[in-house]
Design a protein around this ligand. Structure first.
Ligand SMILES: [Mn+2]
Length: 652
């Protein structure tokens, strides 16, 4: 195994160092029916957790998309649970002291929120994960596949987003010796929606009030990292500069070394996927997981090459640049001969790559190499003959893992850009193919012509996608109900008086035949003047997507708790509306140099781990006070300036 442990900038003080295995996008269940690649995702997920066990890390942190399918197959569930159970349970004591767990809270009070606190489960290595766009909550009760993992006691699912247009993120506070870790999770939210929420200052982070300078602040996100369109990504500048480290999920290219952002003063690490889910350039980068060592406010990343990942080699070929093939004549034979030789070279290269990944383990020389993934992208512009791609690829059955799509022929890329709804759309995809029309935009187009007023087209489009791609049979029904309730609330709030309210709502309800009986009753009772639970003018009724769900109630309780705590010490609390720039103290004045200094002067030098001897105010378990800071960056301007044409329909 290649264990490229970079030279540690400081001595590991075992008892004061938190060691976290980080990985992301395991996509367990990907291509599970493929006769060659079917086990790939299972094997690599297992490899990662085996590394965690063998290295005896303190915890595992995953960046979302544990599962490929929103509704994983039984086989995928079995394999994931098996790997978790065999590697993360055991007698090794977990040395992380839990000071706050509000971010993990399920809403199910019978279940311990953090698994290693549960006396009935013997957890050696707690696994923490946010959800990605593949394993996000859906269906009745809005359960994610991660909720299932959590209820088994094998995973701590955190960073839930009950309302995606009003997000409050509170950290899990952990301590080992003198090192304090504030772990923040922001599970996947549709990119445009999240962009909008950040821009409107509707994303808030709570911070520990005590010893604010001593916390190592770590954020996990699962969003587009690069700008696909103007608003469909999460700009790093939106993330506040009090963070030390951001674990970025969703992007499949492995960038384990991390990139320091000097403006925001944090390091971003993108572990990438542990299985290639597309034959694109990003997936060719050798796959790693990492062990993050945190001591005080300092850290370093130990990177570990994954051995089980099927090698993947990709080549871009422009036939007009190949001297030996004459253009504009009958050149099919020359083209094929050349391309076959290129595939042979690529197979050789892939085998070499695989050997490299095995490190110096002599046993592997006797093992059979796994069949590699090979992809040639061939530009045949300028008079070159080609062959049916599948027929070409079938030559390599038994030699490559993807014997149906080894080659991709395309003409010189032509980007035609259309501007629609402020969104720039590339009509030609990465592979040079015309992108398949998105169902979402089809629905949108259709609905525009048909003048539907109650449902925004993009929202119904998303529901159709969930119905088709995520096998969520209730997606459309729920989408209709959610938006109907919003519309009613808006209607009521904006222009209806107590007198005509009843009539208006009844008319609306009558016009929506899809409405389920329970919702219909709910609205009818709302319309009854005798009802005391309904206030026409209440601002809380506005855009309350998950009202009535247990998750939502829990969220409210949490907020109340924080407010109470805040009131307990008014002197140190800024008003809630205060921008972070105005906060007292030096929490936003960290510089890169102070962050990287190995020996922090304010870190106690005691190695005993516990520092309460010196501190009168040591936070007692679960009573650590959190302070609200708003997510506001100087690069952001107040919301109204930013309103786009499409803001209205983004409102889901
Ligand atoms: Mn993803």
């Amino acid at each position: 195994m290649t264990n490229e442990r970079q030279n540690a900038p400081f001595n590991d003080q075992e008892s004061n160092t938190i060691r976290i295995l980080i990985a992301s996008d395991n996509h367990v269940g990907y291509a599970e029916k493929d006769p060659v690649r079917g086990n790939d995702s299972f094997v690599s997920f297992d490899e990662i957790l085996t590394i965690a066990r063998e290295k005896e890390v303190d915890m595992v942190l995953l960046g979302g998309d544990i599962f490929h399918d929103n509704r994983p197959s039984r086989k995928a569930f079995y394999q994931a649970l098996r790997s978790l159970r065999l590697n993360c349970l055991g007698d090794k004591p977990c040395e992380l002291e839990l000071l706050s767990d509000t971010s993990v809270t399920t809403g199910d009070t019978a279940i311990c929120s953090v698994n290693y606190q549960d006396p009935n489960i013997n957890v050696a290595i707690p696994v923490f994960s946010i959800h990605g766009n593949h394993d996000d909550p859906s269906g009745d009760g809005r359960y994610s596949a991660l909720d299932i993992l959590q209820v088994t006691g094998l995973v701590n699912y955190f960073g839930r987003v009950p309302e995606n247009d009003n997000i409050t993120i509170s950290p899990i506070l952990l301590q080992k010796g003198s090192t304090k870790l504030a772990l923040y999770g922001l599970s996947n939210v549709r990119d445009q929606r999240l962009y909008h929420s950040f821009r409107e200052n509707k994303v808030k982070f709570l911070r520990p009030d005590l010893y604010q300078e001593e916390w190592f602040n770590l954020l996990v996100v699962h969003q587009n990292h690069a700008a696909h369109t103007e608003t469909s990504y999460l700009p790093e500048s939106f993330i506040q500069d009090f963070y030390d480290f951001v674990l970025w999920g969703h992007e499949h290219e492995c960038i384990i070394d991390g990139t320091y952002n000097p403006m925001q003063k944090f390091t971003v690490v993108q572990p990438g996927s542990s299985v290639a889910t597309s034959l694109s350039p990003g997936e060719t980068v050798p796959k790693h997981c990492g062990i993050l060592h945190i001591t005080g406010r300092d850290f370093f990343m130990e990177k570990i090459r994954l051995r089980t990942v099927r090698p993947f080699v990709m080549k871009d070929i422009v036939l007009s640049e190949v001297q030996s093939i004459p253009p504009m004549v009958d050149n099919k034979r020359e083209v094929l001969t050349y391309l076959i030789s290129q595939v042979e070279e690529a197979i050789e290269e892939a085998n070499q790559q695989w050997l490299e990944a095995q490190g110096d383990d002599p046993a592997v020389l006797n093992e059979k190499h796994p069949l590699p993934l090979i992809r040639l992208r061939v530009d045949y512009t300028g008079g070159y003959q080609t062959e049916n791609p599948q027929r070409f690829s079938n030559r390599f059955v038994g030699r490559v893992a993807n014997a149906t799509d080894v080659v991709l022929f395309h003409l010189k890329r032509k980007y035609t850009r259309t501007k629609k709804n402020n969104e720039v759309v590339d009509n030609v995809g990465e592979d040079g193919k015309i992108n398949a029309l998105r169902v979402e935009s089809l629905v949108n187009e259709y609905l525009k012509k048909n003048q539907l007023e109650c449902l925004p087209g993009n929202v119904l489009g998303q529901a159709v996608i969930n119905f088709v791609e995520k096998d969520d049979k209730d997606a459309i029904k729920e989408c209709v109900e959610d938006h109907l309730s919003k519309q009613i609330n808006l209607l009521v709030k904006k222009r209806v008086t107590e007198e005509n309210l009843e009539e208006e709502i009844k008319t609306l309800v009558k016009n929506i035949p899809q409405l389920s009986t329970s919702k219909r009753k709910e609205y009818e009772s709302m319309a009854t003047p005798a009802s005391t639970s309904f206030r026409v003018t209440s601002p809380d009724m506005d855009e309350d997507k998950t009202s009535g769900s247990p998750v939502r109630l829990e969220e409210n309780e949490e907020k109340d708790d924080f407010q109470e705590l805040n009131h307990a010490e008014p002197s140190s609390q800024p008003p809630k509306t205060t921008k972070t720039r105005n906060l007292p103290g030096s929490m936003f004045q960290k510089s890169a140099s102070t962050k990287r200094t190995p020996a922090k002067t304010n870190t106690p030098k005691k190695t005993s781990g516990r520092t309460q001897g010196k501190r009168v105010n040591k936070p007692a378990e679960k009573s650590t006070q959190l302070m609200m800071t708003q997510s506001f960056n100087s690069s952001q301007k107040p919301g109204s300036q930013y309103l786009d044409d499409d803001d209205e329909i983004l409102d889901d």
